[in-house]
Design a binder for this molecule. Structure first.
Ligand code: 5GP
Length: 222
């Protein structure tokens, strides 16, 4: 039995929690954490929905948000919808792995659920914004950060407006945030261009389940 396998879930759990190395390397569970980011409207939630349908072996973290539910969104499935007071409590209690404010609302990743899945070796995906991705980069340096890019800026704007779920001022804020997110693409390990949802899912799954891909990837379009 290797030192690594003997270390057990608790040690990995602790190492993942603190972002420290176990015996000179980060625990393998850390490498199973993938972060998907990209500008609002690029189609992250469509990709996540397709993953949920086609790849139940991947665990998708359910975020907490102060945003109101959109039609069809279900509490506990798409988000945990909470008020500002509850969000403050979660932040204060250190229950969020990362959190950020985005276009007037707050969003965060419940820490324990993620750490439990990682400790169990389950491929885990976070769909979060740029600020959140940067926080994960700092606390879990071996996580794979994937940037989902639109085929073009015009296409992004079209998708965001076409969704028809937000008023113009919210769309404007999301487009502003989108410009900042697009400029940060190079901070990510690699970029997937969302021309076809099934194709993106296929590539994402390959990356998540191929540990070698994690160590050899650089930022490039795949
Ligand atoms: P939406 O309101 O469109 O569902 O999400 C707005 C933005 O918040 C998206 O960029 C989405 O990726 C991001 N987001 C969703 N959940 C989280 C989270 O837990 N943490 C962070 N930092 N961003 C999140």
């Amino acid at each position: 039995m290797t030192d690594r396998s003997r270390s057990g879930g608790a040690r990995v759990h602790e190492a993942v929690r603190t972002g420290t190395k176990v015996g000179g390397f980060l625990p393998s569970a850390d490498r199973r954490l993938t972060v998907l980011s990209g500008p609002s409207g690029v189609g992250k939630s469509t990709v996540v929905a397709e993953l949920r349908r086609a790849h139940p072996e991947v665990w998708l973290s359910v975020s907490v948000t102060t945003r109101r539910p959109r039609p069809g969104e279900v509490h506990g499935v798409h988000y945990f919808f909470v008020d500002g007071e509850e969000f403050d409590r979660l932040v204060g209690a250190g229950e969020l792995l990362e959190w950020a404010e985005f276009a007037g609302n707050r969003y965060g990743t419940p820490r324990d659920a993620v750490l439990e899945k990682l400790a169990a070796g389950v491929p885990t995906l976070l769909e979060i914004d740029l600020e959140g991705a940067r926080q994960v980069r700092r606390s879990m340096p071996d996580a794979l950060l994937v940037f989902l890019a639109p085929p073009s800026w015009e296409e992004l704007e079209k998708r965001l407006r076409g969704r028809g779920t937000e008023p113009e001022d919210v769309i404007a804020r999301r487009l502003d945030a989108g410009r900042v997110e697009m400029a940060a693409e190079k901070e990510f390990d690699l970029t997937l261009v969302n021309t076809d949802v099934k194709d993106v899912c296929h590539r994402l799954i390959a990356l998540m389940t191929d540990p070698l891909g994690v160590t050899t990837t650089t930022n490039r379009e795949v």
